[in-house]
Design a binder for this molecule. Sequence first.
Ligand code: SAM
Length: 204
Amino acid sequence: MRFAYTLWAPIYDRLVEKPTQELRRQSLANLGDVLDQYVLMIGIGTGLDLPHLPNGAHYYGLDLTPAMLEKARLRAQALDISIELREGNAMDLPFTDEQFDVVILHTILAVVSDPDKALAEASRVLKPGGRLLVADKFLKPGDSAPLRRLLGFVLRPIATRTDVVFEYLLKKRPELAVIRDEPSLLGGWFRCIQLEKSTQAVPS
Ligand SMILES: C[S@@+](CC[C@H](N)C(=O)[O-])C[C@H]1O[C@@H](n2cnc3c(N)ncnc32)[C@H](O)[C@@H]1O
């Protein structure tokens, strides 16, 4: 994916910014008061979420692709947002356990090769009681969705998967509870999901 997104980087904003603006607004409306909190964006891309963020949090961004990160760096600079940007893999995060109050996963869970591992990692670095904001395209359990699955054959090697069922990912993470699950773009193919990590130890 690093190679693919290196090629996407120069045109990503032109293709993605407008169509996903409402999705970002909808998801980040759930951010609430994050004053002095630690907030991580996994797969931050070119930083299209940055204009929607409130001031006062400690922001971190991680991405696999240096060309995307460079765009995020320039955007943060232009917006005067202080953020620590790091190259890394969503499936093996370079952060310690329970480091963040909020983790944002915008169009990344359906991009990585192992979404189970990426969600497990996001949960690991989240503090008990912390929140996860997910915005992505997911199938529902039992959806046959032949057209979307077919599209996946084309898109998977160059951009994104189309076959991820969020409920199956969640089944493996009993410490995460759904607080909100709202339909968004393309008739609800894209969803904005808010999760909270349990403050109690949960048997897996
Ligand atoms: C569809 S873009 C989403 C970018 C951004 N979150 C947004 O909403 O515009 C997917 C991003 O995930 C990054 N990516 C792909 N695989 C990754 C991985 N294993 N770990 C971290 N980032 C990854 C890509 O480089 C790209 O920037």
